[in-house]
Design a protein around this ligand. Structure first.
Ligand code: AMP
Length: 127
């Protein structure tokens, strides 16, 4: 079952400038902004500007320019936040919730970058 893109989702509205955001980085094809309900001292969302729902769809359908831009934007955000362990930072967790089982609330591809404290185990015990 494929999921069509809902252009009324909140990140589409942010990209159109209809609602504000706390921008960390903007590039030609990507936007990074602070999560409105941070779950760690650093909590930044990175989204492509294109209409993609999930990382899987993006990886298959986006242009090479979009994919390179998005990947570099994630790296740039980690560098800007000083959290990159390869450069002496304390590290981070990157999460991309997708679809029903991934419990994705906003149906526009985003990665969460979480950092600034020990983040515990990756998943809670299965219910
Ligand atoms: P997900 O469950 O992975 O789809 O996460 C969606 C994230 O978007 C949540 O962490 C929300 O706190 C965040 N969010 C929702 N609305 C906004 C907004 N207007 N600005 C920034 N972050 C938002």
């Amino acid at each position: 079952m494929s999921q069509s893109y809902d252009d009324q989702n909140i990140f589409a509205k942010i990209l159109r400038g209809e609602i504000p955001n706390d921008t960390v980085l903007e590039t030609e094809h990507s936007l990074a902004f602070r999560d409105i309900q941070p779950q760690a001292p650093e909590h930044v969302l990175v989204i492509p500007k294109g209409a993609y729902v999930s990382y899987g769809q993006f990886a298959q359908e986006a242009s090479e320019a979009e994919i390179v831009d998005y990947t570099r934007a994630i790296g740039e955000v980690c560098a800007m936040l000083g959290i990159e362990p390869a450069r002496g930072g304390g590290g981070f967790r990157m999460i991309s919730n997708s679809g029903r089982d991934g419990v994705q609330e906003v149906p526009h591809l985003h990665v969460h970058i979480l950092a600034g404290r020990p983040l515990g185990r990756m998943l809670a015990r299965a219910e």
